[in-house]
Ligand binder design. Structure first.
Ligand code: NDP
Length: 263
């Protein structure tokens, strides 16, 4: 039996095992998928060691390890290379191969959001990197707003703002990629900043899923189409499963099985 897991911290909330096990069952694949809490201080070596000690054939990596997973990998797919962070690891010929399915999963989740020219991403972690590449490749201009300038280097070709330097302008979409509402209560930045942006925005997207967040509650006060991260989670999982199973199964079947698990 092959073993897979999602690795992160926190991890208790993750429904990835539900999604993947549902697809394994539906497709009669003898594999199991679990969750693993990695200590917050873990570095790339520790992540690598954990992957091999757990005897995994593949893994998904979540907050806050997507950037160190990039360094922990032996081979990185071209698209993930561009992003600089990975969420899917596959063991092949004793090497860890890494991919990013968050970016295409996000684009699939917002396929009904049209005419996005200007986007604001709040947060500057691994997920922000993926979504920024996704949005740029679909033709949007992307600005970044983060609480600190610690990760500004990863966004050299963007307008990068901290809460202190930010000057509100018109954005078609505002995306929260911080764990606001997951690891801490409240908003990803000052309410006043968000109100100034929401007033002229068309869409708000929160990567956090499965719970009401202050970010989307506030966006809902405006005439904005809002979406949480559930569909993104679903699609990134479908694409990761497709990689785990070497593209041998119909993606619609995988999606159907995972969608069933969501309900
Ligand atoms: P990272 O740890 O890599 O990045 C987190 C970012 O949030 C950093 O920019 C950090 O700022 C900022 N941040 C952290 N705490 C606070 C705070 N208290 N106030 C304001 N900003 C804060 O995380 P990831 O990018 O990997 O993941 C982010 C979120 O995305 C998680 O909640 C994860 O569950 C979710 N996610 C959902 C997916 C889905 O499918 N729906 C897929 C992928 C991720 P700084 O740089 O200053 O440290």
């Amino acid at each position: 039996m092959k073993k897979y897991a999602v690795i992160g911290n926190p991890i208790e909330h993750s429904i990835s095992p539900k999604l993947h096990n549902s697809a394994f069952n539906a497709l009669n694949i003898n594999s199991e998928y679990s969750k693993y809490l990695l200590e917050l201080s873990a570095d790339a070596n520790m992540l690598r060691k954990t992957f091999f000690e757990l005897n995994l054939s593949g893994a998904n990596i979540t907050v806050p390890f997507k950037e160190i997973a990039f360094s922990a990998s032996d081979e990185i797919d071209d698209f993930a290379q561009k992003i600089g962070s990975v969420n899917t690891l596959l063991l092949r010929d004793d090497k860890i191969h890494a991919f990013n399915t968050d970016a295409p999963g996000f684009l699939m989740a917002i396929s009904d959001f049209k005419d996005i020219e200007n986007a604001l991403i709040i947060g500057a972690g691994g997920t922000a990197r993926a979504l920024s590449v996704a949005l740029r490749e679909s033709g949007a201009n992307v600005d970044i707003l983060n609480r600190s300038s610690l990760r500004a280097d990863a966004f050299k070709n963007h307008d990068f703002y901290t809460h202190e330097t930010f000057k509100p302008k018109k954005y078609d979409i505002v995306v929260n990629t911080t764990p606001a509402g997951l690891t801490f209560d409240g908003l990803p930045c000052d309410e006043e900043i968000l109100r100034k942006i929401f007033i002229s925005a068309k869409y708000a997207f929160d990567v956090v899923y499965g719970r009401p967040t202050r970010f989307l509650e506030l966006a809902n006060e405006y005439e904005i189409k809002c979406k949480d991260g559930l569909l993104m989670l679903l699609y990134q999982a479908v694409l990761a499963f497709d990689i785990f199973t070497d593209h041998q199964h119909d993606k619609d079947e995988i999606t159907k099985a995972m969608f069933k698990a969501l309900n």
